[in-house]
Write a protein that binds this ligand. Structure first.
Ligand SMILES: Cc1cc2nc3c(=O)[nH]c(=O)nc-3n(C[C@H](O)[C@H](O)[C@H](O)COP(=O)(O)OP(=O)(O)OC[C@H]3O[C@@H](n4cnc5c(N)ncnc54)[C@H](O)[C@@H]3O)c2cc1C
Length: 558
């Protein structure tokens, strides 16, 4: 029974199990089938959807790609056009073509003419940038191993731009390729001997080695030494005034100015002494004097007034002294009126025209006004920003050539190719030369570029001349066939303070166009940014301007 029962139970249970299994299996299979069916349907739907999605994805990817290509292309075109425009505006298009020219090998470079360039300013550096340096044995001598972007010097005194941002290491331009290295020597040229064809130089830096003087022979010499500030022999100027020519000048002006404020704040400082200390005088109403005056005004109004006590800043005065009846005489009358009004609208600033400074003492200056009356005026800081005078090395060269041909005291008289008259193999460009053009960076840079290209053009002639295969007459006859220098005036700009600048340009018919205000200020900034010689300088200057406008300028000393 048990067995039957068991068996039957077993059978039953087996059947049940089978049934169950079949049920389960059918269930499973059904389910499976249905799942399969659903999946297949889904798959079909999905694949349709996927196809659609895939198509959509592909389309959107294509769109994205096209968008990227478009914007990438637009950005590349913009950068390329800007670079091209920059090269065009700065007359640097030949940078591209120069890449493909034949360079002389080291062997071919032997016995090339010795070309000595004095100075690392606008004229010399612009020449160097254009020069095929493999055609000459080039040596540069200058007491400073950097180029200085002088138009932004006034702003550096107040911290609108940092000094490093407007300096460009000259050694960057000396090493180009193994074949055409340029030698740079940091020294001051004391004297040029136009007969022996040598330059005598000495190390005027703080660190001196066993050798601190040397003589250098040249076949061709370029004078690009610029000029120094003219003091017109007025007693006490050299000893007591600050100048605005070099980067070290900006530091001493800034130090002195802040020191005046700090000293004026001493407890018990007498009123008259506070007035003296906080009287800042600028002598010279040309573009440099006006731009410095404008920067000083901005600094006092926007930064010093926030940092120093009111009883001090209220007594601060800025005086711009000019011997002529007006300041900024290079500009038209309407611009002059605008600038005079603008500067004097500031409560701190006064302009004294028709006033000559006749002496400068440690704490006071002597002035003679329009009525020829002399009086003494106490000051805390006096900045001398008048015209140019030749440097001692230029004066000595003028003397050694003689007054028959070198008869202008302002600088070296040159012919239409910038050859110094009365000397063989000496050329002069920039502020140390005398031409009908104003002594500006614009002129010096164009002269430098011209002479660089001319030297490329006449390199074989000069090589043959050195080898004695060409005489002076033949050389001059060849030179006369070369194009003459043509100056391209891009207009005159000056910053006049409070985010305002003035601009003036004359066309071929002598018709003058002028502008002033905020838009001109933006033009001024973009023009000088584009004139910076490297991208590094441009970025640093733009960064300085942004930093100063967000955080203000630093009023600390040192
Ligand atoms: C504050 C200021 C602002 C200015 N702003 C503008 C402006 O906005 N626009 C404009 O067009 N012009 C401006 N100028 C004028 C412009 O800077 C000059 O015209 C220009 O620098 C002249 O170029 P340069 O190469 O002849 O002389 P510099 O640029 O002065 O260069 C002379 C070079 O010769 C070197 N040197 C000096 N003595 C010797 C020596 N004995 N031996 C060897 N090397 C020597 C110097 O170290 C320097 O490297 C400004 C000038 C100043 C001072």
């Amino acid at each position: 029974m048990f067995r039957v029962l068991n068996r039957s139970t077993l059978v039953g249970s087996r059947n049940l199990l089978l049934n169950q299994r079949s049920t389960t299996s059918s269930f499973i299979s059904r389910n499976y089938c249905s799942t399969t069916t659903t999946t297949t349907e889904n798959n079909n739907n999905n694949s349709n959807n996927n196809n659609e999605n895939g198509n959509n994805n592909k389309n959107s990817q294509k769109k994205k790609k096209r968008g990227l290509l478009f914007w990438g292309g637009a950005a590349a075109t913009a950068v390329a056009s800007l670079t091209l425009l920059d090269l065009l505006v700065n007359d640097d298009l030949d940078i591209i073509t120069d890449k493909f020219r034949h360079r002389l090998t080291k062997e071919e470079m032997k016995d090339r003419p010795n070309l000595v360039i004095l100075g690392t300013g606008w004229a010399s550096l612009c020449l160097l940038r254009k020069l095929y340096t493999d055609r000459y044995n080039v040596t540069i001598v200058s007491p400073r191993n950097y180029f200085l972007f002088t138009p932004l010097l006034p702003g550096t005194t107040t911290g609108t731009t940092e000094s490093r941002s407007i300096m460009e290491p000259i050694r960057k331009y000396c090493r180009r390729s193994d074949a055409d290295d340029v030698t740079f020597i940091e020294a001051e040229c004391l004297q040029v001997d136009p007969v022996k064809k040598t330059v005598k130089c000495y190390d005027n830096s703080a660190v001196k080695g066993e050798v601190s003087e040397f003589e250098l022979p040249y076949d061709q010499l370029v004078m690009g030494v610029g000029a120094e500030s003219a003091t017109f022999g007025i007693p006490g100027v050299k000893e007591n005034a600050c100048f605005l020519k070099e980067i070290s000048d900006t530091r001493s002006i800034r130090d002195r100015m802040i020191d005046c404020f700090e000293t004026a704040g001493y407890p018990g400082q007498p009123d008259a002494e506070i007035d003296r200390l906080l009287h800042f005088v600028i002598v010279g109403g040309g573009p440099t004097g006006v731009e410095f005056c404008a920067e000083l005004n901005d600094f006092i109004t926007n930064d010093v007034k926030k940092a120093f006590p009111k009883h001090l800043t209220d007594r601060c005065r800025v005086t711009l002294v000019e011997a002529l009846p007006h300041i900024l005489t290079v500009f038209d009358k309407n611009i002059i009126d605008h600038v005079e009004k603008k500067l004097q609208s500031s409560p701190t600033t006064k302009i004294w025209t028709q006033t000559a400074v006749t002496g400068v003492k440690e704490r006071e200056m002597i002035v003679r006004d329009a009525e020829k009356k002399e009086r003494s005026v106490p000051y805390g800081m006096l900045v001398w920003a008048t015209g140019n005078a030749p440097r001692p090395v230029t004066q000595k060269l003028i003397q050694s050539i003689g007054p028959e041909v070198q008869n202008v005291r302002r600088g070296l008289v040159v012919d239409e190719y910038f050859r110094v008259k009365g000397a063989d193999g000496i050329w002069a460009i920039g502020d140390c030369s005398v031409t009908p053009l104003a002594p500006t960076a614009q002129v010096a840079s164009q002269q430098g570029r011209y002479l660089g290209r001319l030297f490329n053009d006449i390199s074989e002639d000069l090589h043959q001349k050195k080898q004695g295969q060409m005489n002076d007459q033949e050389f001059t006859a060849d030179l006369k066939k070369k194009p003459l220098f043509k100056y391209r005036h891009m207009g005159t700009l000056a910053y006049v303070g409070d985010k305002s600048a003035v601009f003036q340009i004359k066309d071929a018919d002598n018709k003058t166009t002028t502008s002033e205000g905020l838009a001109t200020f933006l033009l001024w900034r973009s023009a000088y940014l584009s004139k910076c010689l490297s991208i590094r300088n441009r970025v640093l200057v733009a960064f300085d301007w942004t930093k100063a406008s967000i955080f203000g300028r630093d009023v600390s000393r040192g």
